[in-house]
Design a protein around this ligand. Structure first.
Ligand SMILES: Nc1nc2c(c(=O)[nH]1)N[C@H]1C(S)=C(S)[C@@H](COP(=O)(O)OP(=O)(O)OC[C@H]3O[C@@H](n4cnc5c(N)ncnc54)[C@H](O)[C@@H]3O)O[C@H]1N2
Ligand code: MOO
Length: 394
């Protein structure tokens, strides 16, 4: 058998298989969590005029320390139209346009009113343009605001809307076909016989993809029969097929033979990774394939390391691999072997504890884990207080 492929190489090879899918314009409210397909430029200047940043009085700084005569009001959406003369002031509110002739805002906490007369009742503004947001403070029309490949967070949507956009160019949603394989599997929630097991990998995978722009095509639970697998995988209308189970070397591991019989090009199979070694990737026509191992924790980890990044890349992400963080060990961990290892760990008082059995069938330890500790191949033993790389599961 070929040596196991290093994890980073497998991820790079998988991402290299992905070609960007077509772009479309979607309304702002539908663009959340998608990736910009083109650079975004400002369609307007923000603010479009000088605005007050505080509630108070618009004055001329040159008239300090007053007094002034209050001759009008400027509120957000209701600007004072006339030019203001020296020693005159305008009552002004946050977000309101600065009237012509004024340049500074005296906050109301430092002002006193006697009818139309305004007096300084504190230190007053220390410099010209105090409490004024200048036209173009945030951005000017035509400026580049977000680059292609940016994930559209809630703040990005607000920025795009403020910049005058009603819709954004994103990649169309990724069509993901999902199949579980295994004669022992019954739908989760159905009665479970002696030799049977509730099927939960599809459920878990779909939840893992929930924040990504996917449309799921559910192929259901497929039996360990090559003809049935071929029938399910033939003529798929999907960007990506994700299978779980039947990925290893046993007589009933038929996913790869079925795909090959249909003419799929398999790019890699078996990665130096624990859990998740038998993960495979390839292409069948225009459909990319990731075959995940059946063990639930292996399926979870390979979905995190392969499926999510691939979907993100198809959806236009520039940098789709999961970001790691740092944690301090609360207990020692042993030296690692030749595979990149992901250890389920709990975080308590800012320290990471991986003191659990790391068998890849065990969902309880996965459900309780706050993070996965990442151990590079041949990493030496680590002691309490050492820093380790983690993948946050929050
Ligand atoms: N001789 C060898 N045997 C195994 C090797 C190996 O290198 N040589 N690799 C082991 C590793 S590592 C893994 S991981 C597993 C993966 O095997 P498969 O992908 O073929 O997985 P299955 O046999 O189909 O299932 C494994 C296990 O997980 C349960 N399962 C499967 N699908 C689901 C599902 N959708 N929901 C819940 N549980 C599921 C299944 O019942 C099995 O218990 O192979 C090792 N063997
Ligand atoms: O690598 Mo398998 O995924 O140990 O369980």
């Amino acid at each position: 058998m070929r040596p196991l492929l290093p994890l980073a190489e497998a991820q790079a090879r998988l991402l290299a298989l992905a070609e960007p899918i077509a772009a479309e314009q979607v309304p702002l409210a539908q663009a959340h969590n998608r990736w910009l397909a083109q650079d975004l430029h400002a369609g307007r200047t923000q603010p479009s005029s000088d605005l007050s940043a505080m509630d108070g009085y618009a004055i001329r700084f040159a008239d300090m320390p007053g007094p002034w005569t209050v001759v009008g009001e400027s509120a957000a959406g209701r600007a004072h139209q006339d030019a203001v003369n020296p020693r005159e002031a305008i009552r002004i509110f946050t977000g309101a346009p600065m009237p012509t002739g004024t340049d500074t805002v005296l906050v109301q906490e430092e002002a006193a009113r006697d009818g139309a007369t305004l007096l300084l009742a504190g230190e007053g503004p220390p410099h010209l343009a105090r409490n004024v947001r200048r036209r173009g403070l945030d951005f000017s029309e035509g400026e580049m605001l977000l680059s292609a490949g940016t994930r559209l967070t809630p703040a990005c949507l607000a920025l795009a809307g403020t910049a005058g956009h009603a819709a954004l160019p994103v990649r169309r949603r990724v069509r993901v076909a999902v199949a579980a394989t295994g004669d022992e599997l019954v739908p989760a929630g159905a009665p479970v016989g002696e030799a049977e097991l509730p099927e939960t990998n599809r459920l878990m995978l779909c939840a893992q993809l929930d924040d990504l722009p996917v449309d799921i095509l559910d192929l259901g639970i497929l039996p360990d029969r090559q003809d049935a697998l071929e029938a399910a995988f033939a003529g798929l209308d999907a960007d990506l097929l994700v299978t779980s189970g039947g990925a290893s070397v046993g007589d009933h591991d038929l996913v790869q033979p079925a795909l090959k019989a249909l003419g799929a090009n398999m790019d890699f199979w078996r990665v130096a990774l624990r859990p998740g070694k038998p993960v495979m990737a390839g292409r069948l026509g225009r459909t990319l394939i990731t075959g995940l191992p059946g063990n639930p924790v292996s399926a979870f980890v390979t979905a995190l390391l392969f499926v999510r990044p691939l979907v993100a890349r198809l959806a236009g992400a520039v940098d789709p691999l999961p970001r790691t963080g740092i944690a301090v060990l609360g207990e020692p961990i042993a030296a690692n072997g030749e595979r990149t290892d992901y250890l389920r760990a709990e975080l308590r008082d800012g320290r990471a504890y991986a003191s659990t059995i790391q068998d890849s069938s065990m969902l309880r330890t996965l459900a309780r884990a706050h993070c996965l500790i990442l151990r590079q191949p041949h990493a030496p033993a680590a002691k309490i207080g050492d820093s380790v790389e983690i993948l946050d599961l929050a």
